[in-house]
Design a protein around this ligand. Structure first.
Ligand code: AMP
Ligand code: GLY
Length: 421
């Protein structure tokens, strides 16, 4: 069969490589893909905002299954559109994608179904938001309601920082908005919990801990993710059942009250405080770099899992994992998450010899005349799976020495809370 993957990041390269192993799959298309996916799939550069062009391409090439990686096309309703032409698509529909597309939509479900989360208020203008600050405790969290690629969240230690956040959000920094949220700051440790859904049933899809800050020791600006390890050091059976029963199942009831089901990956972003989970946010997709970190441990055919989800047969399938630890380090262009140079050659990329349990997933890369260039902020993902995380990290750091890329940087301390304690 033929499979199409929407997206161009490390997550999509990892999905592509996992699907490639399926003996049912003879051809993969990536829309638009990167220099890594180009090796194993056909990269197709279409304007993804034009759903009709994409649909015509899918019919023309007789693609049997579409997997949507990033949130934007999900929130824009790509799944609903393609399904209206009876195309099989893995990913949630437009209403269900509001779990990520609107923080207020999610908070309303939390309120109605008593899901543990930070206390919050919704504000419709600058004045009411600013006057609320007079009676709030700091730090406090100011959030844009709409999709903001992870950048619409301000952790404010003082009133003047919160005022800047309110002004930036209402002045349209993340697009036109009529609402913002001010939220209680939760002090704990973050964890990403993944589930996979077929509309009627769901299964867990491992856990991970991401390192969002740009500098070692979790300092500096927020990024999309500088590295991750899996499983999370916080997970245990008791916590897992609390997450499922107090957060995920009530959320699915909330979606049912909106008249919809959930199909696809669900990424539950949590703050864990004394073994109690609090919902920070939902993402309606796999995490990046969590996906690259988790997928190398998957034993079950990923294509079978996607098909089972599209055919509402997930409960019949057992998802099996290697009993290993996995770690991922992300190599970024110097300057990220601020401005960085583009089209910088990554000279030594072909010098590295990867062992069986080591993986390289491309993100912001492009190939030209046989050479690989960095074209994005997050560029490469080095993953190693092993019996212990320290060894996994050492293997990666060795490969990164061979890479010796002057255009980039990375964090050497991924997993430090478990490895260097
Ligand atoms: P979000 O886009 O909602 O995931 O927020 C981005 C990051 O901000 C999260 O990964 C957390 O590190 C932090 N954050 C968001 N909300 C809160 C909160 N209520 N308390 C503490 N940290 C938060
Ligand atoms: N790693 C965080 C995210 O995918 O949103």
């Amino acid at each position: 069969m033929k499979v199409g993957i929407i997206g161009s990041g490390g997550r999509e390269h990892a999905i592509c490589q996992s699907i490639k192993k399926s003996n049912k799959v003879d051809k993969i298309f990536c829309f638009p893909g990167n220099a890594g996916t180009e090796e194993i799939a056909e990269n197709v550069n279409l304007d993804l905002r034009n759903f009709e062009n994409l649909k015509n391409f899918i019919f023309d090439k007789k693609i049997d299954l579409i997997v949507v990686g990033p949130e934007k096309p999900l929130v824009d309703g790509l799944v609903d559109y393609l399904e209206s032409f009876e195309i099989k698509v893995f990913g949630p529909n437009k209403v269900a994608s509001q779990l990520e597309g609107s923080k207020i939509f999610t908070k309303q479900i939390c309120q109605k179904f008593k899901i543990p989360t930070a206390k919050f208020g919704v504000f419709k203008d600058k004045d009411s938001a600013k006057s609320f600050l007079k009676k709030t405790n700091f730090p406090t969290v100011v959030k844009a309601d709409n999709l903001a690629s992870g950048k619409g969240v301000y952790i404010c230690n003082k009133e003047n920082e919160a005022i800047i956040a309110i002004d930036e959000i209402f002045d349209g920094k993340f697009g036109k908005t009529n609402n913002l949220l001010i939220e209680e700051f939760l002090q704990g440790e973050e964890m990403s919990f993944f589930t996979i859904h077929d509309g009627n049933s769901f299964k867990t899809f491992d856990t991970a801990q991401d390192h969002k800050r740009v500098l070692e020791g979790d300092k500096g600006k927020n990024t999309g993710g500088m590295g991750a390890y899996s499983p999370s050091r916080l997970i245990n059976e008791d916590l897992k059942s609390k997450i499922i029963n107090k957060i995920i199942k009530p959320t699915l009831k909330g979606l049912a009250a909106h008249g919809t089901k959930y199909k696809g990956f669900l990424y539950t972003g949590l703050m864990i405080i004394k073994n109690e989970p609090y919902l920070i946010e939902y993402n309606v997709r796999m995490g990046d770099p969590e996906c690259q970190t988790i997928l190398p441990k998957l034993k079950t055919d990923l294509n079978d899992i996607f098909l089972a989800c599209c055919e509402e047969k997930l409960s019949r399938l057992e998802i099996e994992w290697l009993d290993k630890k996995s770690l991922c380090i992300v190599v970024c262009s110097k300057g990220y998450p601020e401005d960085f140079n583009k089209d910088v050659e990554i000279e030594n990329i072909n010098e590295i010899i990867f062992n069986k349990d080591e993986y390289l997933f491309h993100a912001g890369t492009a190939k030209s005349n046989g050479k690989v260039y960095a074209v994005g902020g997050r560029v490469l993902n080095f993953v190693s799976i092993s019996d212990n995380l320290r060894l996994a990290r050492e293997n990666i750091l060795q490969n990164l020495e061979t890479l010796d890329w002057s255009g980039g940087f990375y964090r050497k301390d991924i997993g430090y809370k478990v490895i260097d304690k």
